[in-house]
Design a protein around this ligand. Structure first.
Ligand code: NAD
Length: 258
């Protein structure tokens, strides 16, 4: 665990925390001293591996299961969270909620089916909305809500139009909630990755696409999950207490030029 342990005594929940960006966020928050609920949808093995990695680093974590994008998902998530905390003898309070779980639909307008549209909105927009709504009573004053958005809400990507719309909705949920929750000292921010090396981007296996996505960054490389996790850790910390309602770019300067 970090010698600074700036999140000691805090409890965090990271949706989709078992792999990719969520795994890096879970590991980083735990490294800073938080007890981390690593939420997963399908892959128990990945969640258990992430928990083990955190424990090997001296941190504390547990896995929480709930499939998102299905009726009752938020309630399922919170009852799993409550049950796991009760097993550890802790109260059900939370300090940091990271809405990270998401899927993409790599199809332009003409090819998006109604089923695609409903599913991407159910997982990326509706689930975080109701997770926040049903979780607010658990969130301590002075807490943090961090929504993982995308640089796609600032640059036009016709190939992922429905995905972009889900993240744009999340951006405005962020802005609105920041005003509502300010009196409780809760900050609400969006952190927006750009091209990041995770399983959501299978096309990164194609050299030409890797090159193009790397060149989109001012730093001429792909983002790594830890690049995003470090920004989330800052927003989660007391150092960011005066930052709320913001869309924070974590894209390595994607498309600053072209
Ligand atoms: P990923 O596919 O590795 O991770 C997505 C996570 O969401 C996984 O843990 C997955 O299990 C979980 N998830 C998806 N559907 C779920 C469901 N129905 N129920 C429960 N859990 C579910 O991809 P990632 O890149 O780590 O994505 C994390 C977040 O970052 C997403 O919100 C994504 O939109 C955002 N993002 C990623 C990139 C990128 O280039 N990788 C860019 C911008 C934004």
């Amino acid at each position: 665990m970090s010698s600074t342990a700036r999140l000691a005594g805090k409890t965090a929940l990271v949706t989709g925390g078992s792999r990719g960006i969520g795994r890096a966020i879970s590991r980083r928050l735990a490294h800073e001293g938080a007890l981390v609920a690593v939420h997963y949808g399908h892959d128990l093995g990945a969640a258990e591996r992430t928990v083990k990695e955190i424990e090997a680093d001296g941190g504390r974590a547990f896995a929480v299961h709930a499939e998102l994008g299905v009726p009752g998902d938020a309630d399922t998530l919170w009852s799993a969270f409550d049950g796991a905390l009760a097993d550890r003898g802790a109260d059900g309070a939370l300090d940091i909620l990271v809405n990270n779980a998401g899927i993409t639909v790599p199809r332009p307008l003409a090819d998006v089916t109604e089923a695609d549209y409903d599913r991407v909105f159910a997982i990326n927009t509706k689930a975080p909305f109701f997770i926040i709504q049903r979780g607010l009573a658990r969130l301590r004053d002075g807490g943090r809500i961090i929504n993982v958005s995308s640089v796609a809400t600032r640059v036009a990507f016709p190939a992922i139009v429905s995905y972009t719309m889900t993240k744009a909705a999340l951006d405005y949920l962020t802005l609105t909630l920041a005003q509502e929750l300010g009196p409780r000292g809760i900050t609400v921010n969006a952190v927006a990755p750009g091209y990041t090396e995770t399983e959501i981007n299978p096309t990164l296996a194609i050299p030409e696409i890797r090159r193009r996505y790397s060149e989109a960054s001012a730093f001429n490389r792909l983002g790594q999950p830890t690049d995003i996790a470090d920004v989330v850790a800052f927003v989660a910390s007391d150092d960011a207490r005066w930052v709320t309602g913001q869309w924070i770019d974590a894209s390595g300067g994607a498309h600053l030029g072209v």
